[in-house]
Ligand binder design. Structure first.
Ligand SMILES: Cc1cc2nc3c(=O)[nH]c(=O)nc-3n(C[C@H](O)[C@H](O)[C@H](O)COP(=O)(O)OP(=O)(O)OC[C@H]3O[C@@H](n4cnc5c(N)ncnc54)[C@H](O)[C@@H]3O)c2cc1C
Length: 378
């Protein structure tokens, strides 16, 4: 189902072939090594940049391809179709739009070319030890002192935290206000007072480093702020639909992969003198999963098409994230079951898929928060 979708045209198919070939040569076979290291090597990021697979939406004048969002989706699908779940998407699909949509020409010139080439790796730091879902309740502060912000606070669960050179920090510029006191400020990791904490030892997605970050009187020029002061929450609300949509894309690809590796397994594996696939229970489970996948792709492609028109609403993006990530959970769990004991062995792809999949229902806003957002639009 990754191929042959109406939302893509022949140019996208050629691009997909290139991404697939590149990932097969440069990523898939290093999966275990990167999982053990708890991160992906910087050299791989530079190779992705050279190949033109980072930040596809960046205009040519800033070194990018000026491509549409479907190119982001292709890279995301190919990464999560059995790959090591690395954080390319955080960089290309989640951080880049803030610069594209709210950055000044000077900020774009400073950072976008390096982001496209892979010389600059980015992260977005919203979550804190004390708050995740309740984003307006963050405590990290950015105090304006003459022409610079002084940033103090702590973040956690930050994807690319170990690798990032540039972090989009969500901070309070008016600590007394909730959502109306939030600003978005880029912090270079070279700044004094910035420190990376430990790379969190997660259940899955091991090659996708996820870290605590510390800000102790970190000074950055006021020119590092994105958009207007105290308007950060508004920008987040405008950009979160693309973040949620791309997570839905990765969930669909991961679910498809789980199904695609389970089908040959059940056809091959024998019990009671016949293939597991010949039991009615197995056939029904496969039929249910194939149907869920088909339904999921149809809704997802509709959302991608709507997003290309600039019309994807927050509630539709939340529905896509909610449904596709919950579907991934159902499918991958069933696929482990059909593998029997081997589904519980790390060496098997389905076991890795199972632990990797759990994060999808949590990051980018939990399923419960998606339901809150959807219900508000009804
Ligand atoms: C692998 C991974 C990568 C991540 N990457 C990033 C990143 O790059 N940048 C970043 O900023 N964050 C990142 N996160 C953090 C992630 O976005 C948060 O973990 C998530 O938003 C939930 O916040 P929390 O962990 O504080 O949970 P909490 O907010 O404490 O929620 C705990 C439980 O309470 C429920 N709950 C909370 N509020 C409500 C409500 N109003 N109604 C019903 N139920 C509710 C939640 O759904 C959840 O089940 C990442 C997390 C993970 C696991």
């Amino acid at each position: 189902m990754l191929n042959d979708r109406k939302v893509y045209d022949s140019e996208h198919a050629i691009f997909r072939e290139g991404v697939r070939r590149f990932f097969n040569a440069e990523m898939m076979r290093y999966r275990d090594e990167w999982d053990r290291a708890g991160t992906s090597p910087r050299d791989f990021w530079r190779k992705c940049g050279e190949a033109g697979f980072l930040c596809p939406q960046v205009p040519e004048e800033y070194g990018g391809a000026g491509a549409d969002f479907r190119y982001n989706c292709i890279v995301a699908e190919e990464t999560f179709y059995g790959g090591p779940a690395i954080n390319l998407g955080v960089h290309s699909d989640i951080v880049t739009p803030y610069l594209l949509h709210y950055g000044t020409p000077d900020q774009k010139r400073r950072w976008l070319p390096g982001m496209v080439s892979g010389e600059i790796v980015t992260a977005i730091a919203m979550t804190e030890p004390g708050t995740g879902s309740d984003l307006a309740n963050i405590k990290t502060s950015a105090r304006l002192e003459s022409d610079q912000y002084v940033i103090d606070g702590q973040k956690t669960f930050i994807s690319n935290g170990q690798n990032a050179d540039l972090i989009l920090v969500v901070a309070k510029t008016d600590p007394a206000a909730r959502a109306k006191g939030v600003s978005l400020i880029f912090v270079e990791s070279s700044r004094e007072g910035f420190a990376r904490g430990q790379n969190l030892d997660k259940m899955g997605q091991h090659a996708a480093d996820t870290s605590e970050l510390f800000f102790d009187n970190v000074c950055v020029p006021v020119e590092n702020r994105i958009g207007e002061e105290n308007q950060g929450f508004k920008y987040l609300m405008q950009e979160l639909p693309q973040e949620r949509l791309i997570i839905a894309v990765t969930a669909a690809a991961a679910a498809q992969h789980a199904f695609d590796i389970t089908l040959p397994y059940v056809r091959e594996r024998q019990a009671f003198g016949r293939a597991i696939a010949d039991f009615q229970n197995t056939r029904f489970k496969l039929a249910e999963m194939a149907t869920e996948l088909k339904v999921g792709w149809a809704f997802l492609d509709q959302c991608i098409a709507t997003h290309l028109q600039g019309e994807l609403s927050s509630s539709e993006a939340s529905m896509a994230k909610l449904w596709l990530t919950e579907m991934l959970g159902r499918v991958v769990d069933q696929c482990v079951q059909l593998h029997g004991g081997y589904g519980y062995v790390n060496e098997y792809g389905i076991c890795k898929a199972y632990v990797d999949a759990r994060a999808h229902r949590i990051y980018g806003g939990t399923s419960e928060i998606m339901k809150e957002l959807i219900s508000r639009s009804l």
